[in-house]
Design a protein around this ligand. Structure first.
Ligand code: ZN
Length: 294
């Protein structure tokens, strides 16, 4: 691997889906009680969906019954307040990229701080375990059974969290049983949050291509089926370019690459018992092993 792939990278903004853009870029509001973080109680950090900046800690989240995630404090300097065009409310935006987050209210006496950041879930991405303020990168890879991919990526320096889940299919909120039929279109995948000061997208991508077999078609190891296919889900053009470049390197080395490169779509975290599977069960993967290819 070249030294260059260890260098710090400048993070590009993530491409947004239509639903995300309507809130984040066009200052829309998601339907109340529908967002995925409204009643979410895990410990960790909420980062900006568009740029990856750390915005809120779960320790500042409280139940307001308003229908949207509520926080009574932001990470210092992460959020800017501007008068809303309606002349009444105060809009809140990501200080780094200007993503619309929601509105901030005072004087409601809901908590001791007497402040409520009313934030759209769709503007946020959750990272388990507390992270320091800064910008974080996201990567989504599918390479067979997600337990094995998660196991190796989690060990890589600079990786903050790895979530096993499903993406690339057509069924909303799929269950493991549905995905196992191989008919939902989803692949078992992992979503990685990483610190670009300590690692890079390219470094993680190359690791991914060395801990699974990118030449196997429609399966991985003993796991056969569409849900075990090899696929890179890119979040922006820079990631797409990096993926195509790395696959071309493998091709010039003679590998018959089967890995698809596809624009990322909605990622659905898998059931809790799939998360940190090998860590919790004290086992090692049957389906993945490290093989140098670069
Ligand atoms: Zn942002």
């Amino acid at each position: 691997m070249s030294e260059q792939s260890y260098s710090q990278e400048k993070l590009k903004f993530n491409d947004l889906t239509k639903a995300e853009s309507s809130v984040i870029n066009e200052k829309g509001t998601e339907a109340p009680f529908k967002g995925k973080y409204t009643d979410f109680k895990e410990k960790g950090t909420y980062i900006c969906k568009k740029c990856g900046a750390a915005l809120y800690y779960s320790s500042d989240k409280f139940e307001s019954d308003c229908g949207w995630p509520s926080f009574d404090n932001e990470i210092k300097g992460a959020v800017v307040r501007i008068p809303d065009q309606d002349g009444m409310r105060t809009e809140i935006e990501c200080a780094n990229c200007g993503a619309h987050l929601g509105h901030v209210f005072t004087g409601e006496h809901l908590t001791a701080k007497n402040v409520r950041h009313c934030v759209n879930s769709i503007s946020l991405e959750f990272v388990p375990a507390k992270v320091e303020p800064g910008r974080y990168g996201l990567a989504v890879f599918a390479g067979g059974c997600f337990w094995g991919v998660e196991y190796y990526l989690q060990k890589s320096p600079g990786v903050i969290s790895v979530t096993s889940g499903y993406t690339g299919g057509s069924v909303k909120d799929p269950t493991y049983q549905q995905v196992c039929t191989g008919t939902t279109g989803h692949a078992e995948a992992v979503k990685i949050v990483y610190d670009p000061q300590k690692t890079s997208y390219d470094k993680l991508l190359r690791l991914f291509l060395e801990i699974h077999d990118p030449t196997q078609v429609e399966g991985q190891g003993p796991d056969i089926g569409d849900q075990y296919r090899s696929e890179i889900f890119y979040l922006n053009d820079e990631q797409k370019h990096t993926a195509e470049n790395d696959l071309n390197i493998l091709k010039t080395k003679g590998f018959q690459v089967a890995t698809a490169v596809t624009k990322a779509s909605e990622f659905y975290p898998a059931e809790a018992y799939h998360q940190d599977y090998y860590l919790k069960n004290g086992k090692t993967p049957y389906c993945h092993k490290f093989t140098p290819r670069f």
